[in-house]
Design a protein around this ligand. Structure first.
Ligand code: G4P
Length: 284
């Protein structure tokens, strides 16, 4: 992603979201199930205010299923609706329309009482870059992209898509900025590949990820990289060295090619090859 966020850009996006919110009945927010905190836009909750919020924990195929279930329970407790999805394969996506109907059942009952039973539900899809918005819209419209023209708020930028019966989706190119001002969040987003890592040190990033994995998912290191024992203390440089050694990534003289090992580790994590991992736990 090559989006550069600067203050003027953020203010403009915020205004656009405020305008677009007036056009919809509810907001569907995509988050990355592996990092549900860091992948949320810091301002969005305050902008949405009174509209029902449906949180889609996407990329759940790569997240720890037990942790995803805990997140869903936590969101429900704070009054949002939540669903685990995998917008790449489409798993879970057919739960979206029924969940939206449930979230809006009082509104729908009001419309019916007013003789507006045919009124389409209008939903706005938001999320930080790379979280899977295009994939979701693609699955919901079955790749058909049934565009709707006769809707308020249709502009060159805003596009509406018909999703099944009686539901229209607002696809707004106004993507949200991530929580990058928080260094921990920035780091976790970089692990997932959601922010560009050409400005970050790949070896440092891999070492930080290994420290997290050694503490929370040691079995992953045992299985994927055949660690017999974890080096003590659990320190990034030693962990990275061991990963490289186990994979035979040596340079002449028998030293480990740590850059190559780091790049491989990050690629494998981003592709979900290390197993199902959640780096941010509900309630912690
Ligand atoms: P965006 O519109 O929010 O920017 O995201 P987009 O749908 O383009 O998805 C970004 C990347 O994440 C894509 O991978 C997409 O395939 C992948 N993705 C989206 N949802 C899921 C999911 O639930 N699980 C997994 N495993 N991946 C998901 P890409 O590498 O850019 O493209 P490609 O691999 O599809 O070719």
């Amino acid at each position: 992603q090559s989006i550069q966020w600067y203050p003027g850009h953020m203010a403009k996006t915020k205004r656009k979201i405020e305008q677009d919110l007036k056009l919809v009945d509810a907001v569907a927010e995509l988050v990355d199930a592996r990092v549900p905190v860091s992948s949320r836009n810091p301002l969005l909750a305050t902008l949405i205010e009174n509209k029902p919020r449906i949180i889609l924990l996407n990329k759940s195929d790569m997240a720890d299923a037990a942790e995803t279930a805990r997140w869903i329970a936590a969101y429900k407790q704070e009054g949002a609706w939540a669903l685990a999805v995998d917008c790449k394969s489409g798993k879970g996506v057919n739960g979206f329309v029924p969940l939206v109907r449930e979230a809006l059942k009082d509104r729908i009952a009001q419309w019916e009482a007013k003789g507006m039973a045919g009124r389409a539900i209008r939903i706005m899809v938001v999320g930080i870059p790379n979280v899977g918005k295009s994939s979701l819209i693609n699955k919901l419209t079955r790749g058909g992209k049934a565009e709707v023209e006769d809707r308020p708020g249709v502009t060159r930028q805003n596009r509406w898509f018909r999703v099944g019966k009686g539901m229209d989706l607002l696809d707004t190119p106004g993507v949200l900025w991530p929580k990058f001002e928080d260094p921990i969040a920035g780091e976790r987003l970089a692990f997932t590949g959601a922010v560009r890592d050409d400005i970050l040190d790949v070896e440092w990033l891999a070492m930080r990820l290994l420290e997290l994995l050694a503490a929370e998912y040691p079995q992953v290191l045992r299985q994927r990289y055949k660690f017999e024992e974890l080096p003590q203390p659990l320190e990034g440089a030693a962990l990275l060295e061991l990963v490289g050694r186990k994979r035979g990534m040596l340079v002449s003289g028998g030293e480990v090619d740590t850059l190559r090992a780091a790049t491989m580790l990050l690629d494998e994590f981003r592709a979900g090859k290390l197993g199902r991992i959640t780096l941010e736990k509900a309630g912690r």
